[in-house]
Design a protein around this ligand. Sequence first.
Ligand SMILES: [Zn+2]
Length: 217
Amino acid sequence: MARQLAEEYPGVLYATAGVHPHRASDYDDETDALLRELAGDERVVAGGEAGLDYFRDFSPRDVQREVFEAQLQIGVDAGLPMFLHLRDAHDDFLAILKSFRDRLGDVVVHCFTGTREELHAYLDLDCHIGITGWICDERRGTHMKEYMSDIPADRLMIETDAPYLKPRNLRPRVKSHRNEPRFLPWILGTLAACRNEHPETLAEATTRNAERFFRLG
Ligand SMILES: [Zn+2]
């Protein structure tokens, strides 16, 4: 599906290829072969989402770990950047990522929502950090505001996680719950304020990072 869209809108849309930890139980040899094939497709710019989600636990944790490792191995073999999902699984996630890190290229921990200490563990592994509208959520994103300036400008990415996580600071209010790429400026604005930066400067930096990370243009 994602590859098809990327095919219809060349140079506008791109795809990643991976199995989300929620679906880890469905991963088999055929999946592995398909991901390896997709990794060679020029429209596929990263592997993932892959990772661990112990918040929802939709797949057993040992299966999640196994499938995470299998996909990191594809990233190593194909030389693909990796787009990683982490929720409530920092210790296991860090241990697995560490064991692959030297052999992997660029890595982003997407939709990062952890603690400052966790953030620094990933920065020490030279990971990119993806920030979503979570930062705009006054109910659960405030702890993040304090460490946004810790992220080096060349390791920061902004993202929507659409259709989820519509920024709560959208004005005027939008009725639909669906998040869309056009709401990115609200995340950018919040993030720029946390970092004491001009939104335009930050937009330029994060765009540059995304282009470099996904090797576009
Ligand atoms: Zn995710």
